[in-house]
Design a protein. Structure first.
Length: 187
């Protein structure tokens, strides 16, 4: 439970850093990058379904976690930004290894003779190995951008709150969260 807040009469809580254009832009960019990451991961998962080696549940879990993080970032939850950056670092490493073939065979190597084409999760033929390799490599720069903007958003202090008079909050365009002070009774 959040602690009880004792505001002086006629005051409300304001978050001045959330009103800045840079903070709003950073929030929108982080959400967009999380959604793009989910789309790219789902393209690789669905398009190369038969050739993925046991990471299918991990891919779906990763997508779900990114969607939850995007939801909470949209609600100005600053605490999930370092988690998003940490997960982006891990996904960056996986994408570079899978895309370049450092672990053995990359998607691009699967277009040579002797490799069967990938089947999609819907039973048809999946995406070509070159397309899957390109999408896998596209995940890497998206994760680099996500790391950068998540850390930038964390440093912007979205959680800073100040007590301001209700009139001042209305002047700034915020809706007051506290009720106006009671009017004195007439004698």
């Amino acid at each position: 439970m959040p602690p009880v807040r004792n505001l002086p009469p006629g005051y409300t809580i304001s978050y001045p850093n959330r009103d800045k254009p840079a903070a709003r832009a950073t929030k929108a960019i982080v959400i967009l990058l999380l959604l793009i990451s989910v789309a790219l991961m789902l393209i690789v998962t669905m398009g190369g379904w038969s050739k993925l080696q046991g990471l299918k549940p991990v891919n779906f879990a990763w997508c779900l976690i990114y969607l939850v993080i995007a939801f909470y970032v949209a609600r100005w939850t600053r605490g999930l930004l370092p988690i998003a950056a940490a997960m982006a670092i891990l996904l960056l490493i996986l994408a570079v290894i899978a895309g370049t073939g450092y672990s053995g065979t990359s998607w691009f190597d699967r277009s040579h003779a002797g490799f069967a084409p990938a089947q999609s999760s819907f039973g048809g033929s999946g995406l070509s190995p070159d397309t899957l390799g390109l999408v896998t490599l596209l995940i890497a720069p998206v994760q680099v951008l996500l790391i950068f903007f998540a850390i930038r958003g964390f440093s912007q202090g979205w959680n800073v709150e100040v007590e301001v008079p209700i009139d001042e909050a209305k002047r700034r365009g915020a809706s007051p969260s506290a009720s106006p002070p009671p009017k004195p009774a007439a004698a």
